[in-house]
Design a protein around this ligand. Structure first.
Ligand code: W6P
Length: 418
């Protein structure tokens, strides 16, 4: 009741998108002050994003919103919201926000949610060039922020809190899928499929963003600190290496699933080494997903006894000024044009949604090779999240081409609908 008032309040503020480039610039010289600033940003941004989700889950038609699994998910969002706003935070100074916030989108005043600590910790230090630890106070010598023990312990507990939030939400995709199945069994057709589809696209896109921000922050804080990495972003992602890795994994899964000695070959065509800024786990996830679909189509078209004669799958990588595109072509018989939209829907599929989390540990489950899971729609959201896209073109009776476009400039803002 009181919590829901706060949620309503926070849901009135616009979400602030962060581009890949901004994430890299912000995380490049991590210092205690950087973590503090980033924590302050996230400490107001995450509750806003969570509140938008709770509100939207709350406003779903009863026939869907009252499904037990959907209620469960909503409660996770509300609980995470509460944990964040109840975590005491040092006073927010306005200029800290400007490093991320787009002024035009900013509301006039920010929610005064978090109880302020008694000590005024944030204060520009004029003599920052002389900064040294004095007594119990630590001065950072280039960021103009005093890193006092309360600041450092705030940063620490904030990271712990958001890591807990991320863990709590691990089962969201599977639980939502369960909720959709509950709705399908019990539906009095109040919500048409297209609306469910749009809602889920928005919901999962938002989830990708929240998890990216949390994952990035936690990786910047805890490491591992690897060369060419800023948090979970690799500034020199080698697309060929990732494709090779995804090919090996997808073929292995295919052999395992169909009991084959040799899965269809995947021939890669890549002009030299292409490096760009991206999140390797996202990329691996998308390419792996597409390859599994192609492999399945080929094996199921020609049958398991065709083992040595499968037509190879072609993987072509192209790079232009704007885009890097990966095309994956199979001769798996294709899909009728009328079947293409179905590939992107969440409604027609049977569970097994977990396969499509990038962090998902493959060894824990036996890989589902069969049927369209949530794999393709969620992969398309991953592509779109950083300004790319995923398209399918099919020649019924021959095969399918999948085009994965990745935005090479990486300065597109996060897509934040609502
Ligand atoms: C198919 C169906 C499909 C979906 C996604 C990617 C590739 C393919 N091939 O036959």
């Amino acid at each position: 009741p009181q919590l829901y008032d706060k949620i309503k309040h926070f849901a009135r503020f616009p979400q602030t998108g962060v581009s890949l480039r901004q994430m890299v610039m912000f995380g490049q010289k991590p210092s205690p002050a950087t973590f503090f600033k980033a924590s302050q940003f996230l400490h107001e941004e995450l509750p806003i994003r969570l509140a938008h989700r709770v509100k939207e889950l709350d406003e779903l038609p009863r026939s869907l919103g009252d499904m037990p699994s959907i209620v469960k998910v909503k409660n996770w969002y509300a609980q995470s919201f509460q944990e964040l706003i109840e975590l005491p935070s040092p006073v927010l100074s306005t200029e800290l926000k400007s490093s991320f916030r787009n002024q035009t989108k900013s509301p006039k005043s920010f929610p005064q949610s978090t109880p302020n600590l008694a000590v005024p910790q944030v204060k520009p230090s004029k003599n920052y060039h002389q900064s040294v630890p004095i007594g119990h106070r630590y001065f950072n010598n280039y960021e103009n922020i005093e890193c006092t023990p309360p600041i450092l312990s705030y940063t620490e507990s904030f990271v712990k809190t958001i890591e807990g939030v991320k863990r709590r939400h691990d089962p969201v995709v599977t639980t939502m899928a369960q909720g959709i199945m509950e709705y399908k069994q019990h539906r009095k057709s109040s919500m048409i499929d297209a609306d469910v589809q749009q809602f889920l696209d928005r919901f999962y896109m938002s989830r990708i963003g929240i998890r990216m921000l949390i994952g990035q922050h936690s990786a910047l804080y805890r490491g591992p600190f690897m060369r060419n990495y800023v948090g979970v972003i690799c500034t020199r992602t080698n697309i060929k290496d990732i494709a090779q890795d995804a090919i090996a994994n997808a073929r292995f899964i295919c052999e395992d699933y169909y009991g084959l000695f040799k899965a269809p070959e995947v021939k890669m065509f890549c002009p030299g080494d292409i490096e760009f800024m991206y999140v390797p786990s996202h990329l691996n996830h998308m390419v792996f997903e597409l390859l599994k679909n192609s492999l399945r189509a080929v094996v199921e078209r020609f049958g398991p006894d065709y083992e040595d004669d499968y037509p190879p799958i072609k993987l072509v990588i192209a790079h232009g000024k704007e885009d890097i595109t990966i095309k994956i072509s199979d001769e798996g018989g294709g899909l009728p044009r009328s079947g293409i939209p179905v590939v992107w829907t969440y409604m027609y599929t049977t569970a097994q949604a977990q396969e499509l989390e990038p962090e998902f540990n493959k060894s824990e489950f036996k890989a589902p090779m069969a049927g369209f899971g949530y794999g393709l729609p969620i992969s398309r959201l991953y592509a779109r999240y950083f300004g790319g896209d995923l398209k399918l073109i099919s020649m019924e009776g021959y095969g399918t081409d999948a085009y994965l476009h990745l935005n090479r400039l990486s300065n597109s803002d996060e897509p934040l609908i609502m």
